[in-house]
Design a protein around this ligand. Structure first.
Ligand SMILES: Cc1ncc(COP(=O)(O)O)c(C=O)c1O
Length: 417
């Protein structure tokens, strides 16, 4: 008789885990306040004094030990806004990691710059500074490290490279709200940082994003690129730079104010549960939490990352294991399936494709992303099992159910062959 739920056996876990997105009376109260105020729009530059958006920008920036926050419509355009504000444009090279969501790269394409993809480090899943160093050319303008899953990247080495080559560093902190690396908040470690508030993220208003920075000039330029190219003190129809509307609404900002208030508590619970699970996984050969480099004091834990060794599970493939784990009632997924270069948008580029980045007339070099290989990232993508962050907001006995489900699969792995 089958034991595993995937084969018709009973589930290891029948109750739901922590429900996401999370809300309480505060979201309802703050949103009601906005609705009743009839001020739903944050003003012509995107955060007029007295608006919820202005309050949220200030509090979020302060929380991350930075001076300015520039709220945006989502995390992708936040990266684009930061790049434009930093003066990155046509034909400039921007170094990005092979392991990330497409937005880290697509924002570079949006400003007509050239994404230079480099490999990651196995133990942190973050961009490899040695690979950054090798990739720097006289065209390099910026580096976008991604604090992957919530671990901090090696920012000391990255900022050292940036200083030596006069490069801008924009941290993509979409996975790392509130994370602390070497005693400092991620998001405060480069020239600017960007976050996403899309629904799966650890703080959310359904959609949303923000740039944070300590640099006055960069902040002012971000405001202009975020809100129709408008200058301070000028009128509605006067536009100085690329005039796009990337503003956040007051309703979203009201929700984000409430989400920010519970971020610390949630990070604490998640980090404690991650620590507890790591202790339990020591007894399950073949399941190892990604260790990081030991310098992440508070993990942002957007993704709880596990390395799966199929040889210790009777040769059962990672994909089959994830299917079986979901069937047991533990939500999990494989994460990004491949390095960025393997995406169909690059693989399908035909000879003769025109325009940046493939035949950018301002670049003066040819680039073929589809032929690029990133062995460390390939290995990571073939072994990773992701448990979404909200699962770690559940109780301690819920964590035991995760361990029980994985143990059950291991003990009955033969059923999956
Ligand atoms: C690493 C990373 N950067 C940027 C983004 C883009 O954020 P958004 O979906 O808000 O545009 C995401 C979203 O998943 C992400 O994971």
């Amino acid at each position: 008789m089958a034991e595993l739920a995937i084969n018709g056996g009973s589930k290891a876990r029948t109750r739901e885990f922590f429900a996401w997105p999370d809300y309480d009376g505060r979201e309802l109260e703050y949103v009601e306040e906005v609705i009743k105020s009839r001020v739903w729009f944050a003003g012509m530059r995107g955060a007029d004094p007295g608006t919820k958006t202005e309050e949220f920008e200030r509090k979020f920036a302060q929380y991350h030990d930075t001076a300015y926050g520039i709220a945006c419509a989502n995390g992708t355009v936040a990266i684009e806004v930061a790049l434009r504000a930093a003066g990155v444009g046509v034909g400039d090279e921007v170094i990005v990691p092979a392991l990330t969501f497409i937005a880290t790269l697509s924002a570079v394409l949006q400003v007509n710059a050239i994404p230079i993809i480099v490999d990651t480090i196995y133990d942190t899943q973050c961009i490899d500074p040695d690979e950054i160093e090798k990739a720097v050319t006289d065209k390099t303008k910026a580096i976008i490290p991604v604090h992957y899953g919530g671990f901090g990247c090696d920012m000391d080495t990255i900022t050292d490279i940036a200083q030596r080559h006069n490069l801008i560093v924009i941290e993509d902190a979409a996975h790392a709200h509130g994370a602390v690396y070497k005693g400092k908040k991620t998001g405060s470690l480069g020239d600017a940082a960007t976050f996403s508030f899309q629904e799966s993220k650890t703080m959310t208003a359904g959609e949303g994003g923000i740039v944070i920075t300590n640099n006055d000039e960069l902040a002012e330029k971000c405001i202009q690129y975020r809100s129709c190219g408008r200058h301070k003190g000028e009128s509605w129809y006067v536009h100085y730079v690329m005039p796009v509307n990337y503003r956040l609404s007051e309703i979203q900002s009201a929700m984000l104010l409430a989400q920010l208030e519970r971020l610390d508590d949630q990070l604490k619970t998640k980090n404690e549960n991650a620590h507890y699970l790591a202790g339990k996984f020591k007894d399950i050969d073949g399941i190892n939490p990604v260790p990081g480099d030991g310098n992440t004091n508070v993990n942002g834990l957007y993704l709880y990352l596990l390395q799966y060794d199929k040889e210790k599970f009777a040769g059962v493939s990672r994909d089959k294991f994830v299917e079986a784990l979901n069937a047991e009632g533990v939500p999990s997924h494989i994460g990004y399936p491949w390095p960025l270069s393997k995406n169909p948008m690059f693989q399908r580029v035909k000879e003769g494709a025109k325009g940046c980045p493939f035949t950018c007339p301002y670049y003066g070099k040819k680039i073929s992303i589809k032929d690029q290989n990133f062995p460390v990232t390939e290995k990571i993508c073939s072994e990773t099992v992701v448990i979404p962050h909200q699962i770690l907001l559940s109780s301690r006995s819920d964590m035991d159910d995760i361990v029980a489900a994985i143990t059950k699969i291991k003990e009955n792995a033969g059923e999956l062959l």
